[in-house]
Design a protein around this ligand. Structure first.
Ligand SMILES: *[C@@H]1O[C@H](CO)[C@@H](O)[C@H](O)[C@H]1NC(C)=O
Ligand SMILES: *[C@@H]1O[C@H](CO)[C@@H](O)[C@H](O)[C@H]1NC(C)=O
Ligand SMILES: *[C@@H]1O[C@H](CO)[C@@H](O)[C@H](O)[C@H]1NC(C)=O
Ligand SMILES: *[C@@H]1O[C@H](CO)[C@@H](O)[C@H](O)[C@H]1NC(C)=O
Ligand SMILES: *[C@@H]1O[C@H](CO)[C@@H](O)[C@H](O)[C@H]1NC(C)=O
Ligand SMILES: *[C@@H]1O[C@H](CO)[C@@H](O)[C@H](O)[C@H]1NC(C)=O
Ligand SMILES: *[C@@H]1O[C@H](CO)[C@@H](O)[C@H](O)[C@H]1NC(C)=O
Length: 390
């Protein structure tokens, strides 16, 4: 039974009040555009997802560098790879679909690995739902969601606002979430898939030649073969397959190393890994200008993305699970090649907190992951800054 709170009433009724520019969309495909100098993007209410991101490469040609579908209506088909949305209320996996708060055990709905765990908030997680658009201007859009008490088994109501803003060459993300009635876990992210060539590189449809770095990530979260954290924090020793901190390297640089087999779960070669972001060794920092926590670039398009964030972990997935049946958009690809995403054709990069920390109390992340009516508001901020080599 859902009893609306003051906050939920506000979230549900603000749409008319704040929709400042009704000429702004949706377009014929159900998408809402925002833009600034050197950057334009489309979003949809389903999952508060980004569906297109257009950046000019070194040749001056605009590339659509994120995965998505051409039409908003396609997102509710059978395939749901969490394309560009905000998984919630708890991103990544929850061990045994169970957690404790103040001595009480909660069981939430499982949805992965024969129901051994919960992925991305459950079978009806946030990115399976339509958010409400509460504001839309030429350079900014804000979505909201009211997640009722008991939904997917989670305790208490959560209200969240997701704001995407474009400034010159930059995509800014700001997420706030309030637990209005009970203590509950909250851990959010933007689950965006990237190919910085827009799949138009005639030499390769893959992202293995993209160069990647994680300058603050000397450690990662250890996980079992279904990618559930096992409580260990592991060293990314210099020159090991998980070393992206000592210097940048191509994502495919270590694909012939036997060490990479099983690195992303059972029978999986590649990455699906939560890296720890540790900036404290340099003293007090402002996340806006300390960083980036991650950089990804492609020599072919010349496009580079630098990611700045207040978050303290970074999930990186090298698309080993893609099987060649997810279609590209009409804005992507190159003629003469199948218009589908191949295995290793993309990467997912997620700024977030330490995964499944709600089941690892010794990590002491409770203040960043358990929220209630008496605690501060959950927040996430990130700046994705784009540039193109000459
Ligand atoms: C509304 O959107 C149109 C089309 O992008 C733009 O020309 C106009 O300036 C916008 N108006 C306001 C008030 O932002
Ligand atoms: C997993 O959760 C179930 C209840 O959903 C419980 O009976 C079982 O003991 C838990 N298993 C482990 C290993 O914690
Ligand atoms: C999941 O749980 C079942 C028992 O319910 C078990 O047989 C299976 O091996 C577990 N693991 C995976 C990866 O499915
Ligand atoms: C989301 O909105 C679309 C367009 O209004 C609608 O067709 C669809 O049924 C909605 N989906 C959900 C899960 O509410
Ligand atoms: C990718 O990089 C490797 C070297 O790391 C190189 O051998 C290969 O030719 C490159 N492929 C493309 C398509 O650029
Ligand atoms: C991984 O690739 C880097 C860059 O080419 C190399 O220096 C390193 O030795 C490789 N590590 C392994 C384990 O193959
Ligand atoms: C391991 O994965 C490959 C494809 O990457 C597949 O062909 C093979 O059947 C898998 N093996 C097992 C034991 O699942």
């Amino acid at each position: 039974m859902w009893t609306p709170t003051l906050f939920s009433l506000l979230a549900a009724t603000t749409v008319a009040q704040y929709s400042t520019n009704t000429t702004l969309g949706p377009d014929a495909n159900g998408k809402y555009q925002i833009s600034s100098d050197g950057i334009r993007a489309n979003f949809i209410p389903y999952g508060a997802s980004i569906s297109n991101l257009f950046i000019k490469g070194k040749d001056g040609v605009e590339r659509d560098i994120v995965l998505g579908f051409d039409k908003a209506s396609q997102y509710e088909g059978e395939v749901h790879p969490h394309l560009g949305g905000v998984p919630g209320r708890y991103a990544n996996r929850i061990k045994n679909s169970t957690f404790d708060i103040d001595g009480e055990t909660f069981h939430i709905l499982p949805n992965e690995n024969n129901n051994n765990d919960t992925l991305h908030g459950g079978p009806n997680g946030w990115d399976y739902r339509n958010f409400t658009i509460v504001s839309h201007t030429t350079d900014s859009i804000t979505f909201s969601i009211v997640d009722p008490d008991g939904e997917q088994g989670f305790p208490g109501e959560v209200i969240s606002y997701i704001t995407y803003t474009m400034t010159p060459n930059t995509w800014k993300i700001k997420i706030v979430a309030m637990a209005t009635t009970k203590k509950t876990p909250i851990m959010l992210t933007s689950h965006t898939y990237w190919n910085l060539d827009g799949f138009a590189n005639p030499d390769t449809p893959l992202a293995l030649n993209h160069t990647f770095s994680l300058p603050y990530s000397g450690q990662r979260v250890g996980a079992d073969n279904i990618l559930i954290p096992d409580g260990t924090i592991l060293p990314n020793q210099k020159y090991s397959v998980n070393d992206f901190w000592s210097s940048p390297k191509q994502i495919g640089a270590n694909f012939t190393s036997p060490d990479l087999y099983g690195n992303c779960g059972f029978n999986c070669t590649g990455y699906d890994t939560c890296y720890i972001v540790n900036r404290d060794q340099n003293g007090p920092y402002d996340w806006h200008n300390t960083g980036p926590v991650a950089s990804l670039s492609s020599d072919w398009s010349g496009i580079k993305i630098d990611i700045y964030t207040d978050q303290e972990a970074f999930q990186f997935y090298s698309c080993g699970g893609q099987t060649g049946d997810l279609p590209l958009k009409s804005t992507q690809g190159v003629s003469g090649r199948p218009a589908f995403v191949q295995q290793y054709g993309c990467v997912v990069m997620e700024v977030q907190d330490w995964i499944d920390a709600i089941n690892q109390p010794e990590w002491q992340r409770e203040k960043r992951q358990i929220f209630g009516p008496n605690s501060p508001t959950y927040t996430l901020e990130a700046d994705y800054v784009f540039s193109a080599s000459k």
